[in-house]
Design a protein around this ligand. Structure first.
Ligand SMILES: CC(C)(COP(=O)(O)OP(=O)(O)OC[C@H]1O[C@@H](n2cnc3c(N)ncnc32)[C@H](O)[C@@H]1OP(=O)(O)O)[C@@H](O)C(=O)NCCC(=O)NCCS
Length: 203
């Protein structure tokens, strides 16, 4: 009987065994957060020139970041610059502001010579261009960065390869279809599509 008991697992020994694995179990449980450490450090490095960098910003890949004006990056902003380079530029006197929880996909370019404001929770697809000036004058093609502010209100979604040009306000929750060129204000809760973009649906 005694000999048989010796082979039975002892509860305290078993606890010791699981206690031994506790750090590993905690590591396993935290693996999601750990996976963000690299992108978070990458964001701290590549966005070190930002005027303000929020909490828990993550970045994948190597973007082109130029801050000669004011560059504000909100909390929990997620940036991707993997497949194609993401460009964030605040020219002298320009203000580029990304709200909280904004996502911007690869190949997109946001350039501000005046003011580009991206509201909280906006989604920006791949190869999107947002710019608040034309860079050249129509008549003589001279360099000219005089522009007009662009505002994306909260929860705007810009589809892949769309463009938003100077002076445009895109209303909250609006959706810009892929490949559209937005040259006029977009009402909230509408889908706009085409070149130039027109309202195709309201919701
Ligand atoms: C914006 C979008 C989601 C709207 O989808 P939807 O609500 O199903 O819209 P519909 O397909 O019903 O289209 C509505 C109208 O807009 C037109 N339209 C839709 N997308 C268009 C586009 N990209 N360019 C031009 N017209 C477009 C349709 O032809 C249709 O016109 P009609 O009523 O005269 O036939 C979709 O068109 C789109 O752009 N998808 C791509 C999103 C994207 O880029 N995702 C990548 C990850 S961020």
């Amino acid at each position: 009987m005694e000999a048989k008991r010796a082979f039975l697992p002892d509860a305290s020994a078993a606890r010791g065994l699981t206690d031994g694995f506790a750090p590993l179990a905690r590591l396993w449980a935290a693996r999601g957060r750990l996976a963000l450490i690299g992108p978070a450090l990458n964001a701290r490095f590549h966005l070190r020139g930002a005027t303000r960098l929020g909490q828990r910003v993550t970045l994948r890949g190597r973007p082109k970041v130029v801050n000669q004006g004011t560059l504000i990056v909100g909390d929990r902003v997620r940036l991707d610059s993997t497949v194609a380079t993401l460009e964030l530029v605040a020219l002298p006197g320009g203000r580029l502001e990304l709200g909280d929880n904004v996502f911007i996909n690869y190949g997109s370019s946001l350039v501000s010579s005046t003011c580009v404001k991206v509201g909280n929770d906006c989604l920006i697809g791949t190869h999107v261009m947002v710019m608040d000036c034309d860079f050249h004058r129509v008549e003589d093609k001279a360099w000219d960065t005089a522009g007009a502010p662009v505002v994306l209100e909260e929860r705007v979604w810009l589809g892949n390869r769309s463009m938003v040009l100077k002076g445009v306000t895109v209303g909250h929750d609006a959706v810009v279809a892929a490949g559209s060129v937005v040259i006029r204000d977009v009402p909230p809760r509408t889908v706009v599509a085409g070149v130039p973009a027109r309202v195709v649906r309201r919701f």
